[in-house]
Design a protein around this ligand. Structure first.
Ligand code: SAH
Ligand code: DHB
Ligand code: MG
Length: 222
């Protein structure tokens, strides 16, 4: 089976189970028109994030890496009235595009988009006493995934979920000598997960419209 087939299956599934409405379509169009890279989660992955948030009754969500707000819209739609999603984005141009799309989706009041490198923004969140987060989605610069994970874990509660995207990268996760600079960080994340008694986790590798990659899901237990 091939990329063509993986894409066809993704399109079949999302056509029935994760169809785009006007706001999601407009968000993708705005991203494309503004020259943002098309690296947002797939529709099926967006739906998974939405289902995870909904299934745990998430009220407070933290996202690392907004891009054009596509995953943000999926996640924010799972929140009840009074819920809140904080999303961190380093690039001001991306953030402006995202703000427009989030507002058009009617989610402007739920979403708090902060601009800057995430590691610089976390101390502010700390001072504000933000969290505890019910769900964290880590999808920014992959070299810092372990640092983002450690912070999220310290700002979670038993029952929280932490989802990390792009941990498999064409299967390179299994290669200790990979020359993809993000892989040592993903391997470090897995070693942290294996050693930390506060979490139980697994990684699922995926094929689909975005090729061969995968995500990690960690459940905070203590
Ligand atoms: N979650 C988005 C895709 C995010 S792509 C979606 O699925 O729709 C990764 C994003 O992380 C990019 O927009 C990039 O600008 C941002 N990013 C890169 N380094 C960052 C950093 N240090 N802090 C915060 N965001 C960062
Ligand atoms: C890239 C980033 C992502 O978040 C993703 O899902 C796929 C690719 C990238 O930076 O190439
Ligand atoms: Mg990603």
């Amino acid at each position: 089976m091939s990329q063509e087939n993986w894409t066809a299956v993704d399109e079949y599934v999302s056509g029935l189970l994760a169809p785009h409405d006007e706001a999601l379509e407009a968000a993708l169009r705005a991203s494309e028109d503004a020259g943002l890279p098309a690296i947002q989660v797939s529709p099926a992955q967006g739906k998974l994030l939405y289902l995870l948030a909904k299934s745990i009754g998430a009220r407070q969500v933290l996202e690392f890496g907004t891009l054009g707000g596509y995953s943000t819209i999926w996640l924010a739609r799972a929140l009840p009235d009074g819920g809140r999603l904080i999303t961190l984005e380093a690039d001001l141009h991306n953030a402006k595009v995202a703000r427009g799309s989030i507002a058009r989706a009617g989610l402007g009041d739920l979403v708090d988009l902060r601009v800057g490198p995430a590691l610089d923004l976390l101390p502010e969140l700390e001072i504000e006493g933000a969290g505890r987060f019910d769900l964290t989605f880590i999808d920014a610069d992959k070299v810092h995934t372990p640092e983002y994970f450690a912070w999220a874990l310290d700002h979670s509660r038993p029952g929280s979920l932490i989802v990390s995207d792009n941990v498999v990268r064409d299967g390179q996760l299994a290669d200790p000598n990979s020359n993809d600079p993000t892989i040592p960080a993903q391997r470090r994340l897995h070693e942290m997960l294996a050693a930390d008694p506060r979490v139980e986790a697994t990684t699922i590798q995926t094929v689909g419209v975005k090729g061969h990659d995968g995500f990690n899901i960690a459940l905070v237990i203590g």
